[in-house]
Ligand binder design. Structure first.
Ligand SMILES: NC(=O)C1=CN([C@@H]2O[C@H](COP(=O)(O)OP(=O)(O)OC[C@H]3O[C@@H](n4cnc5c(N)ncnc54)[C@H](O)[C@@H]3O)[C@@H](O)[C@H]2O)C=CC1
Ligand SMILES: O=C(O)CCC(=O)C(=O)O
Length: 526
């Protein structure tokens, strides 16, 4: 039974889902990194929010971990490349808290415009400072959105409801989408001087880190107000403090900070700064959504292999998973077949998807082919890290897809080019779900790959089959199935036989010594 650790505060709905699906679940929040490191090895899944830092060290200790599920959007607290390298799926819940976070940004904008937190504190203190607080109206003001994805788009919609004019900077926002959202797509240098309010909704990446620094703030309209409900690292906090002090920036509302939990910060105590402790996603609705979603997604992956909202592996929906499953076996087998025969560096991998298979999502199948191909060279390879391992080894991987059928209704052909040769193997599904190899090196054959297989290439000459059968029999190896193919009478021939016992190296040498044999190899399949 898979075991999951929930290491951040998640709605109890998540525990219930794991339990209902037969997954043992421990909830241990507030663990120090060393405490997490000490226990993570026991778990197949780790469900987190933003507190837990899933670092390289934690991942190195996570010897059984298969999936990290982020109940939320940003995964900057997870070392995704390190997880990928270890074959661990990282998934998030990309929509569950977007409305809630957009609402928080709007709330922060109001709080800034009307100085609500300061006015609140002053009134509670019995000061009745009616003349101290003079706000600004939002109607007719320009809102500049930096990052117009899911949350940015909801903010745009709500701001338009408030009769604001919305402009957006997002290099990946298409002109059509901008039109649909009724926002004006602009460059960052145009947004800065035009916006009365600027709200940030990008992920934290190398391109967005410190996007709001002294230089950027100098380009802004004097008296601009800045809202950050995305990530602390987007804003240079010292530069913001200076701009607040000079009056260039009239106010800032921050839900996120460079260092979190933010117990100390130079901006704290500044009356122009409104702060919340990373509450963007904190509504009961959003937390219920993300907890349910992450638990379902993790359970699906651990129990069925279905992948949803993964950041480092192609998604396979629960609906597609059963259709793809027999192809996954086939893809892995042909990959493994070629991998076990490959003894020199691979330069190029071509995977052809022909007929019915071409109509499916082939990305996971390519990952499975690569897993099979690379595993003989690297035991730690799996479907998640295989494409990365291939890239690291400078292996060029290409897919060719054609839905038109040839001799087979559906066919997957793998061609591997090494420094020395090109090798190809192709397979199909019989009866809709039985994987069969139907072509090796362009020679037709029809074979089911069992656990122990002997593969021989030979010259098509009389006497070979009898000699091989006698040799195997004399060495206590029983033949279970026997498949032959040849290019032409008397030409190149191949033999693939399933045997009930493993073939020892000594016996392989004897097979290789038979006069007609060119190559003999013992292959194993899961
Ligand atoms: N405060 C909180 O509690 C929460 C914060 N977040 C943060 O909000 C961020 C945005 O979330 P979503 O809108 O759901 O993500 P999203 O992926 O839908 O949108 C992000 C947008 O940023 C754009 N972008 C990427 N690089 C950019 C760049 N260099 N300059 C300008 N735009 C760029 C993308 O094209 C995309 O449209 C998350 O990455 C997360 O860090 C999300 C949820 C809750
Ligand atoms: O889980 C949380 O409270 C933070 C949410 C968040 O920052 C995100 O989803 O990116």
């Amino acid at each position: 039974m898979p075991k999951v650790l929930i290491s951040d505060k998640l709605s109890p709905a998540a525990v219930q889902i794991f339990k209902d699906r037969g997954i043992e679940t421990d909830v241990k929040t507030g663990l120090a990194p060393d405490e997490l490191k000490a226990i993570i090895g026991q778990y197949d899944g780790l469900a987190i929010r933003s507190n837990t830092k899933v670092t390289t060290e934690i991942l190195a200790a996570a010897t059984n971990l298969k999936v990290v599920g982020r109940a939320g959007i940003g995964v900057d607290n997870v070392d995704v490349p390190a997880a990928t390298a270890r074959g661990i799926v990282v998934m998030n819940t990309p929509f569950g808290n977007s409305i809630t976070t957009a609402e928080h940004a709007i709330a922060m904008m109001f709080a800034l415009a009307r100085e609500i937190p300061e006015a609140n504190a002053s009134t509670h203190a019995g000061k009745w400072e009616k003349n101290r607080f003079m706000g600004v109206e939002l109607t007719g003001k320009v809102l500049g959105i930096v990052g117009c994805g899911n949350i940015g788009a909801i903010v745009a919609d709500r701001a338009q409801g408030l009769r604001m004019r919305v402009i957006a900077y997002d290099p990946f926002l298409s002109v059509e989408r901008a039109k649909e959202l009724n926002v004006e797509k602009v460059e960052l240098d145009e947004l800065f001087p035009r916006a009365d309010f600027i709200t940030l909704h990008t992920p934290l990446t190398d391109a967005t880190r410190n996007i709001i620094d002294a230089k950027a703030m100098a380009k802004m309209k004097k008296g601009v107000r800045i809202i950050n409900c995305a990530r602390g690292g987007l804003v240079v906090e010292e530069d913001l403090l200076a701009a607040l002090e000079s009056g260039q920036v009239a106010g800032a509302a921050l839900d996120v900070f460079k260092t979190e939990p933010a117990k100390e910060n130079a901006l704290f105590g500044n009356p122009k700064v409104v702060c919340t402790p990373h509450l963007g996603a904190s509504t009961s609705e959003a937390q219920e959504n993300v907890a349910l979603q992450v638990a379902e997604q993790m359970a699906d992956y651990l129990l069925t292999g279905a992948v949803t909202n993964a950041l480092n592996i192609p998604s396979v929906s629960a609906e597609d998973a059963p259709k793809l499953r027999p192809y996954m076996t086939l893809a892995n087998q042909i990959g493994s077949f070629a991998g076990q025969l490959t003894e020199t560096g691979i330069k190029d991998v071509k995977i052809e998807y022909l007929g019915h298979v071409a109509s499916l999502n082939t990305k996971p199948l390519t990952a499975m082919v690569l897993e099979g191909l690379l595993k003989p060279m690297n035991e730690a390879v799996n479907m998640v890290n295989a494409p990365v391992v291939a890239k690291e080894r400078n292996i060029k991987v290409s897919e060719v897809k054609s839905e038109s059928e040839g001799d087979y209704h559906t066919l997957v052909r793998l061609t591997v080019t090494t420094d020395k040769r090109e090798r190809s193997v192709a397979g199909t599904l019989f009866g809709g779900n039985k994987a069969r190899v139907v072509e090796i090196k362009g020679i037709s054959i029809e074979a089911e790959l069992g656990q122990n297989m002997l593969y021989v290439t030979n010259q098509d000459k009389p006497g070979f089959i009898g000699a091989l059968g006698s040799l195997l029999g004399a060495n206590g190896v029983n033949i279970a199935t026997f498949h032959l193919g040849r290019s032409e009478a008397g030409g190149d021939a191949i033999l693939l036989t399933q045997v009930d016992q493993p073939v020892s190296n000594d016996l392989l040498e004897k097979v290789r010594a038979l006069p007609q044999v060119v190559q003999a190899k013992f292959l194993t399949f899961a």
